[in-house]
Design a protein around this ligand. Structure first.
Ligand code: UN1
Length: 501
């Protein structure tokens, strides 16, 4: 049994663990630990610590701040396998994917270290020789970072890394499903921070449920709301920020992602892209493809081969090297998986493959695959286009041409990831310009983003302020700083201080 602890101003504290929440292994539903649930006291302590640390940390040089992260990278590398095993135990992710999660975290932290030595701000010429102006990047303050269970290690690094290197301080609340992977990252960070004598409180950890997340987000002295999770929660966070005079929200929310396969596609490549997009992480990535849109000329052949592969797909023991992916995260996800299938069938949509069990005794499911024809006229209000199941529910959509395909892909209210499989470079360009998504791929799956690119969506998927490398653009206020080295005041636009009688 593991017991979680809060971490505030460099002190570990488990005082509320008995009133906390249980953590389960999704592969066998056995309890593996207990984590404490924070209350008002911990929230205020953490905000106070982060606020106090900010006055010192924001004055540290970018290089010095990045050096703390550099030590963190070394520590993560030294504990690589231990972290991967922990991720698999509490998220159910296949061990290979858990290793990929840690690798992605390392890459992000390495990127943050590099950013510490890059140019900050800009010199801007003044109209007057005596004046010198610059764009000064001013750290913003205390940030809350709330992250999901599906990438319990990498996503926290995407948000915490840029926040800290840019001089902000953080209160981190990991998902209740995966508190220990988040806590492990902070235990390593603690060592790195102490080695550099960083001010206590630059990074704090608070365990808790959505209610605690809400209190943190609403706290009047918290400025940045960095969230990755569902659209329903993200929408509330955006509202809270909109009603505040100081807060800003950067939310990465769900997806309803499309993989478009045109008739000239390399079919093997298309199938590989489809399998990866649909089934990696048992479809529990926000970038997983829900819609596979195929031109009718090749649809029969594509669907036959896709279903053959689907039939061989095994979601099983995540430590078994022979299975493709692991279980769903919990019982609620299993119930949602079956509910989604029923809803889509009720709409009269064809079911090609289905997980027809009615029980939810385990978290292991089989994929549901549906098929629709564009010509039959769509109800874009259908579950297939609007609701994100976050479980392996795939709709194959038959279209006549690229225009119908793009129209279908753009019809969902989301806009995270989209792929086009084609050899036609003119259509590639058209796709690049018109696809409504924050991540666009040609001849690749909808998954597999690299951290040195911006990662984020538009519309229901995000705030248009991407995270990973892209987050650095929003971490500081872009302020104008001007010094007059002259003995008089010269102002632009011909302004004068001369007082006439
Ligand atoms: C997510 O889908 O929740 O692009 C994150 C990918 C990963 C990150 C996915 N690098 O597939």
């Amino acid at each position: 049994m593991m017991f979680g602890e809060h971490y505030i101003a460099e002190k570990w504290d488990a005082r509320d663990c008995m009133g906390g929440f249980r953590v389960y292994n999704p592969a066998n539903r056995k309890q593996i630990g207990l984590a404490p649930c924070a209350g008002e006291y911990e929230i205020n302590e953490a905000v106070g610590a982060a606020e106090e640390a900010f006055t010192k940390w924001s004055k540290w040089s970018w290089v010095k701040r990045a050096e703390v992260i550099d030590d963190l990278v070394q520590l993560v590398k030294a504990h690589f396998e231990e972290i991967a095993v922990l991720i698999t135990q509490e998220s159910g992710k296949h061990i290979n994917e858990a290793r990929a999660d840690v690798t992605e975290g390392i890459h992000m932290l390495q990127y943050c270290v590099g950013r510490g030595r890059q140019a900050i701000g800009e010199k801007i010429p003044s109209e007057f020789s005596e004046k010198e102006s610059e764009i000064f990047l001013q750290s913003k303050g205390v940030f809350v970072v709330i992250t999901p269970w599906n990438f319990p290690f990498a996503i926290p690094t995407w948000l915490i890394g840029p926040s800290l290197v840019s001089g902000n301080t953080v209160i981190f609340k990991p998902s209740e499903e995966t508190p220990f992977s988040g806590e492990y990252l902070i235990r390593l960070f603690d060592k790195a921070a102490k080695k550099h004598n960083a001010p206590p409180g630059i990074l704090n950890l608070i365990h808790g449920n959505g209610e605690i997340g809400k209190h943190l987000v609403c706290h009047p002295r918290v400025v940045g709301l960095l969230f990755t999770g569902s659209y329903a929660v993200g929408k509330k966070i955006k509202k809270i920020a909109a009603e505040s005079d100081e807060k800003f929200a950067i939310c990465e929310m769900g997806g309803k992602n499309s993989l478009i396969v045109l008739k000239d596609a390399n079919l093997n490549l298309a199938l590989n892209a489809a399998i990866l997009s649909a089934y990696k992480t048992t479809h529990q990535r926000c970038v997983s493809a829900d819609l596979i849109i195929v031109e009718e000329k090749i649809e029969k052949e594509f669907t036959k081969k896709f279903l053959d592969l689907t039939d061989r797909m095994v979601f099983g023991d995540p430590f078994d090297s022979k299975v493709f992916a692991g279980p769903l995260i919990n019982e609620t996800a299993v119930i949602n998986h079956h509910f989604y299938r029923k809803k889509v069938i009720e709409e009269g949509i064809e079911l090609l493959r289905g997980d027809l069990r009615d029980d939810n005794f385990t978290n292991f499911v089989k994929p549901n695959v549906f098929r629709l024809h564009y010509r039959d006229g769509f109800d874009f209000d259908s579950h297939v286009f609007k609701e994100e199941a976050f479980t392996p529910n795939i709709a194959i959509i038959i279209v006549r041409d690229f225009e119908e395909a793009l129209k279908t892909a753009n019809s969902t209210p989301y806009g995270l990831s989209m792929s086009l499989i084609t050899e036609d470079w003119r259509k590639m360009r058209e796709f690049k310009t018109l696809a409504k998504a924050g991540l666009k791929y040609i001849n690749l799956p909808t998954i597999g983003a690299e951290v040195q690119l911006p990662f984020g969506g538009i519309r229901r998927s995000g705030t248009g302020m991407p995270s990973a490398a892209g987050l650095f653009d929003y971490m500081c206020y872009k302020t104008a700083f001007t010094v007059n080295y002259g003995k008089e005041i010269n102002l632009a636009q011909g302004l004068s201080s001369e007082v006439k009688k």
